[in-house]
Ligand binder design. Sequence first.
Ligand SMILES: NC(=O)c1ccc[n+]([C@@H]2O[C@H](COP(=O)([O-])OP(=O)(O)OC[C@H]3O[C@@H](n4cnc5c(N)ncnc54)[C@H](OP(=O)(O)O)[C@@H]3O)[C@@H](O)[C@H]2O)c1
Length: 333
Amino acid sequence: MKQINLKTRPVGLPSKDTFEIKDVKLKGMQSGDVHIQLVYLSVDPYLRGRMNDTKSYIPPFKLNEPIVSTGIGKVVKSKSDDFLEGDFVIGSVPWQEEAILPGETLQKIDPAVAKLPAYLGIIGMTGLTAYFGLLDIGQPEPDETVVVSAGAGAVGSAVGQIAQIKGARVVGIAGSEEKIHYMVNELGFDVGINYKTKEFSHNLAKACPNGIDVYFENVGGKVSDAVWPLLNKFARIPVCGTISSYNKTAEEDMGPRVQSYLIKSSAKMQGFTVGDYADQFAEGKKQLVQWLEEGKLIHKETLVHGFDQTIPAFLSLFDGKNIGKIVVDVRGK
Ligand SMILES: NC(=O)c1ccc[n+]([C@@H]2O[C@H](COP(=O)([O-])OP(=O)(O)OC[C@H]3O[C@@H](n4cnc5c(N)ncnc54)[C@H](OP(=O)(O)O)[C@@H]3O)[C@@H](O)[C@H]2O)c1
């Protein structure tokens, strides 16, 4: 069985050499354990932060130990009263083809409610991130302008759609014309702006003639520098992520300071992690599933096939190849 370990701590953008793929054997099962075959793995930008040996809201990965992320498995054998062979389960899983995990760390999921990859996206952590960050911190009102960066990605595509459900006008920012087309024509955003064009700042200002009431921050850096001068009085800024800085090696990306813009607009900027809302996950998931069933939310996954594609899939997050949630189909085609 193959396992992917962290071999070295990356400086800048990780590469294939950051990781080691090893052949390993499974340990024996204890009472309460569940043996799963990995079916889908989530690769996420925050995993980059866990590769650094720095203090954060979640401990760093250890060298020569497997990377861990959220995954979906099929139960092969169970020594837990809660799971039967053939059940699909979700939990925090090591990057390996099979795993033996304590049953208490897994939850059963129902493929009849939604397609399995959706449990890693729209009705999983990324959907919940969008839901709580936007509604609790962003608090969009009808007819307000909500701007979301990485708007065609997993979190961003959910943010824009939830903002629309709340009656807001939505402007999505993304890095390719294909993504602009997706945001406007498939997700129904009012406007999509490509930040990789020379006219980006001008186009953003034109797309927000009444200013910006909520900016859902996913990327930071130059993209967000274009947002600050457009903030309206009492704007709200949920700071979800700053992916443009995750591979920076020094303070090379300072941009205009945000503080003066916050003062001028009396805006409120608040960082969060989805874990802050753990005690409300059940309520959030119920609402997301309902919107999905009502056809108010759509979702797209970029599936890559094969366990050996896990590392390329993770690295592709930083060059923006994915539309919607990127998920590894571990078993291949
Ligand atoms: N706070 C939390 O609890 C929490 C939870 C989940 C995710 N997040 C954060 O939310 C953000 C989105 O995560 P996700 O899982 O939904 O990923 P995603 O948006 O599906 O994928 C990442 C996207 O970021 C964009 N990107 C990459 N490098 C960039 C750069 N230098 N400048 C601008 N855009 C860049 C790319 O899209 P383009 O083609 O548009 O460039 C890429 O497709 C990340 O910052 C992540 O860390 C936070």
